[in-house]
Design a protein around this ligand. Structure first.
Ligand SMILES: Nc1ncnc2c1ncn2[C@@H]1O[C@H](COP(=O)(O)OP(=O)(O)OP(=O)(O)O)[C@@H](O)[C@H]1O
Ligand SMILES: [Mg+2]
Length: 225
């Protein structure tokens, strides 16, 4: 087991109003799992991904990462966990405009600067089909290419799990398909866990398990494999 949510609740306080974003979610993700979270806007998909990725904490319930309970861990511990074990991909890529593709990929580990960093960044850019684009800045890349840089960046720390919030949300269907191809290859060849959120049924169908979220609760799970 890589990450597990046990009866996870999340309540946001907006002024005096309580917003129930998650209401008792149970979910377990293993190595080699390719899981999709689907559901309408506001269902709690991003909230759930943030909690599974140790970017946020539940109001109630438990999150376990590789059998370690994360409740009550301090920010330093969680930051380290994210840096060492988790890769994130977002809808809007979040590349640094002034850095090249390769520098963007290296970025998460620049403070640590392992000696293999440059080579690994090059290998990863090759893996996502961008060998010839390493020195390009984001504005010199297409949207699909930018997202592939973001995937390479998410892999630089050799994470246990890749968490992607609507990774194809800003791409046309061809580019979206390419991104899903790469993610499923990562699941298969590197035996990682990948969790994505999407609105797109064509994307969801390419994963192994679709978890339907509605009003903060899981209403259905489809095993596709
Ligand atoms: N920081 C926050 N403060 C207050 N309410 C929030 C916050 N973040 C999310 N919410 C609320 O929690 C609920 C779930 O939001 P969330 O972003 O997880 O939904 P989502 O399924 O990712 O939606 P979308 O498909 O639009 O991205 C929504 O009602 C949202 O308004
Ligand atoms: Mg969202």
């Amino acid at each position: 087991m890589i990450v597990e949510a046990i009866d996870v609740h999340k309540v946001y306080l907006l002024g005096k109003t309580e917003i129930y974003a998650l209401r008792g979610v149970n979910l377990s993700i293993d190595r080699g799992d390719f899981v999709c979270i689907m559901g309408p806007s506001g269902a709690g998909k991003s909230t759930l991904l943030h909690i599974l990725g140790a970017l946020d904490t539940p109001t109630k319930g438990t999150v376990k990462f590789m059998n370690e309970i994360l409740n009550n861990k301090n920010d330093r511990f969680l930051a380290r966990l994210r840096r060492e074990k988790i890769g994130f991909i977002f809808q809007f890529f979040y590349l640094i405009p002034t850095l090249t593709a390769k520098e963007n990929v290296m970025l998460p580990l620049i403070p640590i600067k392992p000696r293999w960093l440059e080579r690994r960044a090059e290998e990863l850019l090759e893996l996502v089909g961008l060998k010839k684009r390493m020195s390009h800045k984001p504005k010199e890349l297409s949207a699909g290419e930018q997202q592939r840089v973001a995937i390479a960046r998410a892999l630089i720390n050799n994470p246990e799990v890749i968490i992607a919030d609507e990774p194809t949300g800003n791409l046309d269907s061809d580019n979206g398909r390419q991104i899903i191809d790469i993610l499923s290859r990562i699941v298969r060849d590197e035996n990682k866990a990948v969790i994505i959120a999407t609105h797109n049924m064509d994307v969801a169908k390419r994963t192994d398990r679709i978890v339907y979220l509605k009003d903060g609760a899981i209403v259905k799970v489809d095993e596709l494999k």
